[in-house]
Design a protein around this ligand. Structure first.
Ligand code: GLP
Length: 261
């Protein structure tokens, strides 16, 4: 795990966008893993700006999103498919037929989970995965107690998640209580994972995920086992980290990060 702390949300998001651009440049046919949530909106804005400036070409790339609500049509404005169209896919030159989001309206949910996991594997695996973190430490929709060996599956959302996410729906009752999500193991299988968290509200859960013990009650802590995981934070989200000086020292002295400093 590498921890990179930037002064504010804007510069943290910019670093994530630059990492994404660099990955696509190095491998144009990149398989991207994508995340939703408010934290990611600014990252997509920056990626779109870079695309307009000719710095990112998605023409050969494909993507898999982390999750989708069960029971929402892809055309529903609250679906994660609609979110992705709005914030990224409709604004860059990605071939939409190569973008994948779990089908929340699938009749057979178990079969859809298997199909999704198989499709990720058939693509050769996810090269570069973007992640946010929920207030309860979830990655994707891997709620507390999700197994670290879980593959794509259906999850019942917990109270903390419902409380936060229902605010994004026109009426709280409209928020589905279940979702399909890549499993913790699916995420651990990605070649590189980049988690972005910003704002003071994430400080406590970030400290637990990064420096606390690995535990299923905070599924983001499983990222400690990921072979190539980068955690990008702003000052506010990094506030409770105890080894802050060490993380800064690594970032400021390693050649790999010279172009990002
Ligand atoms: C949702 C998504 C997660 C995301 C999380 C954080 O619940 N399923 O993938 O990381 O929200 O969202 P936000 O960035 O809005 O805090």
């Amino acid at each position: 795990m590498e921890i990179i702390i930037r002064k504010d949300a804007d510069s943290a998001a910019y670093l994530v966008a630059k990492l994404t651009a660099k990955a696509i440049k190095a491998k144009p046919a990149l398989t991207l893993g994508l995340a939703t949530g408010r934290t990611m909106e600014i990252v997509y804005d920056k990626i779109v700006e870079m695309h307009k400036a000719g710095k990112i070409d998605f023409s050969k790339a494909s993507s898999f999103n982390l999750d989708e609500y069960i029971g929402l049509e892809p055309t529903d404005e609250n679906s994660y498919r609609a979110y992705m169209n709005k914030f990224l896919f409709d604004r860059v030159n990605i071939d939409k037929s190569k973008t994948n989001v779990p089908l929340g309206m699938a009749k057979d949910v178990q079969a859809e989970c298997k199909r999704y996991e198989d499709a990720i594997n058939a693509s050769g695996g996810i090269d570069f995965q973007l992640l946010g973190i929920g207030m309860n430490g979830h990655i994707g929709f891997n709620e507390p107690m999700s197994s670290f060996s879980s593959l794509t599956s259906a999850k019942l959302l917990n109270e903390a998640t419902i409380k936060v996410n229902e605010k994004l729906f026109p009426n709280p009752e409209m928020m589905p209580r279940r979702a399909i999500t890549m499993g913790v193991k699916t995420i651990l299988n990605t070649k590189r994972a980049v988690l972005l968290a910003t704002g003071e509200s994430k400080a406590e859960i970030i400290a637990q995920a990064v420096e606390g013990p690995m535990r299923a009650s905070c599924t983001a802590s499983a990222l400690q086992m990921h072979p190539d995981c980068i955690i990008v934070l702003d000052e506010a989200a990094a506030k409770n980290l105890k080894m802050r000086d060490y993380y800064d020292f690594i970032f400021n002295s390693s050649d790999e990060w010279a172009e990002f400093r």
